[in-house]
Design a protein around this ligand. Structure first.
Ligand code: FES
Length: 172
């Protein structure tokens, strides 16, 4: 073997070794990135499945017989954290007791026939509409159903709204 070839070989061996090491490190990093990506995707999918299950879970509160409620009456339903308001025309609307300004709990004032917020003074009528600011949005409501004369309220999710309309109510 000539000196030139020997010199060439001695230069090639370390170069190939370094390439091989970098190649393995690179392959390792790619594999790690793929594993991490898969793990992240599985976390996201699991969270979405949980979210979907929670939003699909229906929580129905059985409020009682229709005959218990008279027009103009607003009744607190503590187990559902809402008020059942029987409007003058006999329609029912289930109103969240959470003020839409900053979330304080609202009491119903029987004498004034208003919800009056103890925190900053917003007032709402029996339909949950704003009478006095600072709140600007009506109270959230929950869907009401009447089955065989029994009132049922779905409290799984409060419904936001911009204004009152009859689709938010139920009637026999
Ligand atoms: S929280 Fe009700 S008015 Fe502010």
């Amino acid at each position: 073997m000539c000196e030139k070839h020997m010199k060439q070989e001695s230069q090639d061996v370390p170069t190939l070794g370094r390439r091989s090491v970098f190649g393995r490190i690179w392959a390792g990093l790619v594999a790690l990135a793929i594993l991490e990506g898969g793990w992240l995707i599985s976390l996201i999918l699991r969270a979405k499945r949980k979210e979907g299950a929670a939003s699909n879970s229906v929580q129905i509160i059985d409020v009682g017989e229709m005959t218990q409620f008279i027009p103009g009456q607003v009744t607190a339903v503590p187990q559902g954290r809402f008020f059942l308001s029987c409007l003058e025309d006999g329609r029912l609307i289930a109103l969240s007791r959470t003020c839409t300004h900053l979330g304080c709990t609202l009491p119903w004032n029987v004498e004034k026939k208003q919800f009056i917020c103890p925190c900053h003074g917003s007032t709402f009528d029996e339909r949950g509409e704003v009478l006095t600011a600072p709140a600007v949005r009506p109270l959230d409501y929950y869907p009401v159903k009447i089955e065989n004369g029994v009132i049922k309220v779905d409290v799984s999710k409060p419904m936001k709204r911009e204004t009152f309309d009859l689709s938010q109510t139920a009637r026999v």
